[in-house]
Design a protein around this ligand. Structure first.
Ligand code: EPZ
Length: 420
């Protein structure tokens, strides 16, 4: 297994280009199952989770390949296998996103029931409930979700009890081929949902309302292949902005649409960061100042993103003042605090909140990654710690960040990957 070795104390300084969004590319790849025609996708990030999804598509019979220019082509064709096996699903929960498309196009899907993960139980009850409302028969047998809709799916007026990104994605993909009209209420409003709808529309789907809490879909008989470019990854960009602020440095990130990060940038301004924005870039300059502590409460979009919570926790450990970080979306997403305390951070966990007293610096230590964003927050902690930090189990990071050590080296960080 690989580890990252970081010697802290360097102020980041430089320019990066945003990668394509993992959390947009995954549902878009799943959506290619809705057509037998070929789909071509640009700006699909080079990540472990993307490779896993492409492997899953190929195992179903929809050949997914990345050509030498980095463009992903999914041949589609007629899927011969309708089963997403446990061995693949256990490595990536987002495999559940093939459930809606397989059911909508073939009337049949078997997806291994995704287990929980480090951040929470991650149920999929709402995915199942909306598909049942569309007329599917869904059973859970021997660890598999077995869904059937021999007569096809039917449009439905459905309200989600909880805002769920994945549940919204499965529902809108299924409704695109359902008979009749679907009105989906209390849906997720994330930019990644908007990007998925953009791809579905390019395939010929009839959808309105993306970015609001209600989606209306007129089902069509068939969808066509499409050529599409995936949106930039707002969480990857936010992570590098926080790293620059924590190290009192400056970074310019190109290829990003600023408004999808407005809440994060406003929060960074409250730390004292000077942020300027252009049409497709964001520039953060800390001007060598120590960040001020900021309170954070995570919420579904357009609120503060839960995927940026761990990174701000790291920043607050060396910020001026005290802060409270409250996680409302997942039940166990404060674990990075325990590893940071081993680096000298002053953090008190009380239920769903972390109470943090900023210190001038942390001490480097061997720490262990537990999930994707917690791992990224430990990298930030290592960048601001005195001495050396070794982060083990960094396969978590490789799931969501392209070449993180290469990007940080470009910004001047003393970081390297070792195989242990
Ligand atoms: C997506 O996960 C993202 N993953 C997550 O990013 C992100 O943290 C999350 O949305 C919230 O923004 C991808 O897009 C691949 P949810 P998802 O369904 O869809 C509850 C990362 O770091 N819920 O919106 O699984 C659930 O327990 C990852 O890139 C139900 O109760 O999240 C949670 O409390 C981590 N029943 C809340 O909804 C359901 O059927 C939000 O979960 C589904 C969800």
């Amino acid at each position: 297994m690989d580890s990252l070795i970081i010697r802290g104390g360097t102020r980041l300084d430089g320019t990066l280009r945003a990668s394509g969004s993992k959390n947009a590319a995954l549902p878009i790849l799943a959506a290619t199952l809705l057509t037998g025609e070929s789909c071509t996708l640009q700006r699909v990030p080079l990540l472990k989770d993307i490779t896993t999804m492409m492997t899953l598509l190929s195992s179903l019979g929809a050949g997914a390949l990345r050509n030498k220019e980095g463009v992903v082509v999914v041949e589609g064709g007629s899927v011969q296998v309708f089963k997403a096996p446990y061995d693949l699903v256990k490595t990536m929960r987002a495999s559940i996103l093939v459930l809606g498309p397989l059911l909508a196009r073939y009337g049949l899907a078997e997806v291994s029931f995704p287990g929980g993960c480090a951040i929470g139980s991650r149920p999929v009850d709402l995915h199942i409930r909306v598909l049942e409302a569309m007329g599917a028969d869904v059973q859970v047998r021997e660890g598999y979700i077995v869904a059937r809709a021999p007569n096809g799916l039917v449009g439905v007026d459905f309200t989600f009890d909880t805002v769920t990104v994945g549940g919204t994605e499965n529902a809108v993909m299924a409704a695109s081929l359902a008979q009749g009209i679907s009105v989906l209420r209390n849906v997720a409003r994330e930019p990644e949902i908007i990007d998925l709808v953009g791809f579905l529309r390019a395939m010929g789907a009839q959808i309105v309302g993306e970015g609001t809490d209600t989606l209306t879909i007129h089902g069509v008989a068939a969808l066509q292949g499409a050529n599409y470019s995936v949106m930039p990854d707002r969480i990857e960009v936010g992570t590098y902005l926080v790293a620059a602020a924590a190290t009192r440095g400056r970074v310019k990130i190109e290829g990003i649409v600023p408004e999808i990060l407005s809440v994060v940038c406003d929060k960074l301004r409250h730390t004292g960061a000077c942020i300027t924005e252009g049409e497709d870039w964001i520039d953060l300059d800390m001007q060598g100042n120590r960040p001020r502590a900021v309170d954070v409460v995570t919420e579904p979009y357009p609120g503060f993103p839960t995927d940026m919570q761990a990174q701000f926790t790291a920043l607050n450990t060396i910020a001026e003042g005290t802060s409270r970080v409250t996680e409302t979306v997942f039940e166990n997403r404060l674990m990075q605090a325990h590893e940071m305390k081993r680096m000298g951070a002053e953090i008190l966990i009380d239920g769903d909140s972390a109470h943090i007293t900023g210190r001038l610096s942390l001490q480097g230590a061997p720490v262990m990654a537990s999930d994707l964003r917690a791992s990224a927050s430990l990298v930030i902690a290592g960048l601001v710690a005195s001495g050396e930090t070794r982060i083990d189990r960094i396969y978590h990071i490789d799931r969501g960040y392209e070449n993180i050590e290469g990007n940080l080296q470009c910004l001047g960080a003393d970081i390297r990957r070792i195989s242990t």
